[in-house]
Design a protein around this ligand. Sequence first.
Ligand code: HEM
Ligand SMILES: CC(C)=CCC/C(C)=C/CC/C(C)=C/COP(=O)(O)OP(=O)(O)O
Length: 315
Amino acid sequence: MTDLSTNSTLGSSQPGEAQLGDYFALLKPRVMTLVVFTAFVGLLAAPVPVHPFIGFCAILFIAVGGGASGALNMWWDADIDGVMKRTAKRPIPAGRVEPGEALGLGLALSAFSCVFLGLATNWLAGGLLAFTIFFYVVIYTMWLKRSTPQNIVIGGAAGAFPPMIGWAAATGSVSVEAILMFSLTFMWTPPHFWALALFMRSDYDDAGVPMLTVTHGRRSTRVHILVYTLLLAALAVGTAFTSVGGPVYLAVALVLNALFIKGAWDIFRRDEAASETDNYKTEKRFFKLSLLYLFAHFGAILVEAGLSRFGLGGW
Ligand code: HEM
Ligand SMILES: CC(C)=CCC/C(C)=C/CC/C(C)=C/COP(=O)(O)OP(=O)(O)O
């Protein structure tokens, strides 16, 4: 798990000396693991058999596209990344990679991944990948992130597209299952991020980024986490009774949503003095749980899809 107080830099080079690890770090590899996993589930949950080589290429190109969007995000955000403690050691603000190199890498990998995903699977998938990169870089990073505390509520849609891209790569279409997987990630993003914003507020304050914690304060953010967690739980448990769900998924959803609601309740009940005393232990625990939460829900969707191949999945 990440040490969230620092940046997960892979290269250890000095200013002006880029190493391969610095270019790799531009792709935000740790965050993209879960993005790629949800895309993988979208691809395999589809009721259409995909040739393993085509499936491998599809996931590879989605991963490259995700990484490219990370590089473009770091190129645009280099100024605020340099101000925030968590991101100050990233390759561009630390001076190891030139902004122009990150821009070039991001644009080249974006074009490469969308075209090759389109060629390897279909143009709906290639087009959706292009739209996702556009949404994350232009709509979220360039526009919403610095202009509204609703930045991640709306911008979070970008991170919700990957399972839909995987589904489209396998089927050539977008159906209700793809929309359900999209919705799950979309509703999950605000509690995932706001928990982190609670213990990183001074970073966003320093950088002038209007995150909810900065504009509305931590008390309001705690209320928002609880409300979104309850909405998410209703959606996640309800999904058990749809075509992507089943008994295995229901069991996973019941356990994890109970834990998640308990975590959100604990965050809601805390006051700042208590959180500061134990260095935001409850909020940090909730953030880590959010990663397990999404991983387990998509894992359960994958298991249900696997079982249905043997006539055992679903209800
Ligand atoms: C607008 C939406 C989102 C925002 C603002 C956001 C923000 C963040 C931030 C600031 C971190 C902290 C650490 C880091 O930079 O590595 C983080 C970690 C993480 N996020 Fe998100 N996130 C969002 C959506 C997502 C989505 C959609 C996924 C996956 C489906 C995801 C997966 C992760 C993972 C796996 C980590 C942990 C990375 C590690 O271990 O270092 N995030 N997120
Ligand atoms: C396939 C494809 C294109 C996937 C993209 C998936 C995607 C949009 C993931 C969002 C994840 C993320 C790190 C958001 C934080 O951005 P931030 O700029 O607020 O965080 P930062 O401060 O760490 O840079």
